[in-house]
Structure formats: structure tokens, C-alpha cells
Ligand binder design. Structure first.
Ligand SMILES: [Zn+2]
Length: 420
């Protein structure tokens, strides 16, 4: 693609893995790549839009996001919807933006055209998505979608919770967080991953498990991969840093699906990352207006499920990683290099000759307390309010130039297409 250039680095650094020491209290990291962001524009721009989401990204050291196909209206399930997305994003993006398509009942014939038009993969659900216009696939439809997608070697991204297991679980309603966790048990993720693993094996498709929450799935994924199944997985900052036993009843800022589980489960996710079974850490940034969080009643059944953390992910994860003895270079691999490779952007997410000159200037020991008023997200709703986190992004560079977020700044982000 003509507009993806390599620039000289802004300093003459000594390269140490993915982290370049700047000789001060700062290090230079590659710009992070977040392959799981719900921008919601057009159609639900009052939830989140391209300008606000990409400003938040830039403030958090993220230079590339890939937008999920749902929660915007129309959802990105055909060429007209992809064109609408690009029109909405044009001129508003402070960082680079790519798009995923959706695989929904009835749009099988649209998948290849979307691929040819540059989407980075396809997302689907196995149970209701939360919005009526993005329906789930049956197991049969899932198999057919994989067979279609393997023909052009794209990737199928799956919200992996098994519908019947959740239907059979107790209701989520009420203020008690424990009841919400019980309504979406680990076995729902396990059964979904079993299905995905079987179908990926049968079809040869590349399948990616989104927002893994249950550590019980890790051995299944590891075994499938050892067997040659093309299965990858991601988890999110909230699953790695928060724990069910610490979630206050009625505080629906913590609601997301699948849910934040207990602390011992969190440890198994870290083990899964360390062993390489879980490939990447991405935000699943999924905001909504505060009223949809139902803070008045604190009802976990009725509240929108989603956590917005595009701006905070690095500091949140680094704080927990540092405590667990995990190097910053390892965090960078999970949050930049691996997601870039996953979506097929090998010139992003690394500091290397020939790579795009996207950087985050990060002060890893400059600890801060999260103040929602500093967030660029459209709505400053966050479960991290008041939490101490580690490190501060001081500047973010896009293609060799610092990103300005001032009132007169011109957005310089580009709309990316796969393979362009
Ligand atoms: Zn999501």
C-alpha cells in the first residue's frame, strides 16, 4: 500500500527487544495494535464514534485499531455497510483504522466481496449478540462460514459462549455480581471452544477465540494447536486485572460478556499467556451511554455488557504484569506484535527496519490513579476509576510524527485495507 511507509526512528536507539531505552525515565515502544474495538459509528455514534475512540487510542499508545462489525447500524455485513463505515470514519481518525466484517445468517454470499474489499477477518456469534441486527450463527451455519472463509484464507473470529449452556444457567437479573457470573458459567466457554476446535479441524479454517475469560479453555486450545488445528485466542485487560470477588454488587461498570471471573481463574489466564496458548491482549472496547449501564438499579441482567478501556489498556496490564514479574517487552508483544500478526499487518506492532514508524513514548514507572475526566472515550464510564495503574503514555507517534489531540489538530489516521 502506497501510504504505509517506513520512516527513520525519531531517535537513534539501542534496540532491546521491543522496548527502546531513551536514557531518561521513558522508553519507546511500538504503537500498540488493538484488534478488538467497537466504534459504533454510524448508527450508534452516541455510544462511541471514530473521533472519540481514536483519540482515546492515541492517548493510550494505540496507533492501529480494527473495528468490530457490530453495534454500528448498519452492521458491517455487506459492501454497502463497509462503505458506510469508511464514509463515517473518513477524516475523523487520529490513528489508523481497519475493519472486520460480520458473518451472520443470510450473508454468506457477501463474505468474499467483503474480503476482496479489504476487511481483516469476519466476526460471528454463537448466541444473541446483544443487538438485534447482528444475529448468531447455528453450528451448521458456522461450519459453512468456515468452509467459505478457508477458501480465501481469512480468519473467523468467534464470540465463544455456548447458547444452550447459558440458557440452562440461572438468570442474571439483580444486583448481585455473583449471580451474574453464575449466569454465564465457564462451561459455556468450554463447550464453545470444543465446537470451534472440532469445526476448525474439519474445515481447516483459521479460527480465533475472542475475549477468552475462562482459564478452563486454555488446555483445550493448547491441545488443538498441538494437533495442528489453526486456533488462536485473545484475552482482555479486565480479565487479567480484575476479579469477581472484588466487584461491588450493583456496580455494572464491571459487566461484560463473558464475565470477569474469580482471582484463581485470572491466574490461569496469565499462565495461558506465558505459555503462548493465549496469543494477544486486546481491549474489547465496547462503550455505551451511562444510562444503559442502569446504575440506578444496578441490575446486572438489564445493564449493557461492555467495558471501554482503549485508553487504559497498557497501564492496566503493565501494572499487573510488573507485579507478576512479566517484562514490558512481553506485554508489548501481546498488545502490539501479536495482534498485528493476527490480522495480517506485519509492518505494524514492532520497531524494525521496514516497519511503520508508529511509536508510544511510555514512562513505565510514572504511576497514576485513573481519573475518568482524563478519558477521551465518548462516555467516561470505567470500572478502573480511582484504580492505581502503572506507567503513562506521554506521546504517541503515527508514521514518524507525533499525534496531536489539541482542538485544532488534524486527524492523520488512515483507513487500512487488508493486503493493500
Ligand atoms: Zn467485542
Amino acid at each position: 500500500m502506497a501510504d504505509l511507509w517506513a520512516y527513520d526512528a525519531p531517535v537513534a536507539p539501542e534496540v532491546v527487544d521491543s522496548v527502546v531505552e531513551l536514557g531518561t525515565d521513558e522508553v519507546l515502544l511500538p504503537g500498540l495494535v488493538d484488534s478488538h474495538v467497537h466504534v459504533n459509528e454510524p448508527g450508534r455514534t452516541d455510544w462511541e464514534g471514530f473521533a472519540t475512540a481514536t483519540k482515546a487510542a492515541a492517548a493510550g499508545g494505540v496507533t492501529t485499531i480494527v473495528d468490530m462489525p457490530l453495534n454500528s447500524i448498519p452492521p458491517t455485513v455487506d459492501l454497502a455497510a463497509l462503505a458506510a463505515k469508511r464514509r463515517a470514519a473518513a477524516g475523523q481518525a487520529y490513528v489508523d483504522v481497519g475493519f472486520f466484517g460480520g458473518a451472520v445468517p443470510g450473508n454468506l454470499a457477501a463474505l468474499r466481496p467483503l474480503q476482496d474489499d479489504g476487511v481483516f477477518g469476519f466476526k460471528c456469534f454463537l448466541l444473541p449478540s446483544g443487538v438485534d441486527e447482528f444475529a448468531p450463527l447455528t453450528t451448521q451455519q458456522l461450519s459453512v462460514a468456515m468452509t467459505e472463509i478457508v477458501a480465501f484464507d481469512s480468519i473467523l473470529l468467534v464470540h465463544a459462549e455456548h447458547a444452550a449452556t447459558i440458557d440452562a444457567a440461572p438468570s442474571a437479573s439483580g444486583r448481585r455480581y455473583g449471580d451474574f457470573v453464575r449466569s454465564r458459567p465457564p462451561s459455556a466457554e468450554v463447550r464453545a471452544v470444543e465446537t470451534l476446535s472440532r469445526l476448525a479441524r474439519e474445515t481447516g479454517a483459521r479460527v480465533h477465540v475472542l475475549h477468552l475469560s475462562s482459564g478452563d479453555t486454555v488446555p483445550l486450545i493448547a491441545a488443538a494447536r498441538e494437533d495442528g488445528v489453526r486456533l488462536t485466542a485473545e484475552t482482555c485487560p479486565h480479565y487479567l486485572t480484575l476479579a469477581a470477588e472484588d466487584v461491588p454488587d450493583g456496580d455494572t461498570a464491571y459487566k461484560c460478556c463473558p464475565p470477569i471471573r474469580e482471582g484463581s481463574n485470572r491466574d490461569t489466564l496469565w499462565d495461558g499467556l506465558r505459555s503462548g496458548t493465549i496469543d494477544a491482549v486486546v481491549s474489547d472496547h465496547s462503550p455505551c451511554p451511562p444510562e444503559l449501564k442502569r446504575f440506578g438499579t444496578g441490575d446486572f441482567g438489564a445493564a449493557w455488557g461492555g467495558i471501554a478501556s482503549l485508553q487504559l489498556g497498557l497501564s492496566v496490564v503493565w501494572q499487573a504484569a510488573r507485579r507478576r514479574g512479566v517484562e514490558l517487552a512481553q506485554v508489548v508483544e501481546w498488545m502490539a506484535t501479536k495482534p498485528a500478526d493476527l490480522v495480517g499487518l506485519p509492518q505494524k506492532g514492532r520497531i524494525a527496519v521496514g516497519a511503520v514508524a508508529d511509536f508510544a513514548v511510555f514512562a513505565p514507572d510514572d504511576d497514576v490513579v485513573v481519573d475518568p475526566r482524563t478519558l477521551h472515550h465518548r462516555h467516561p464510564v470505567t470500572p478502573y476509576a480511582g484504580h492505581a495503574v502503572a506507567g503513562r503514555v506521554r506521546q504517541t507517534w503515527l508514521r514518524g510524527r507525533p499525534i496531536s489531540l489539541g482542538p485544532d489538530a488534524t486527524p492523520r489516521g488512515r483507513l487500512l485495507s487488508r493486503g493493500a
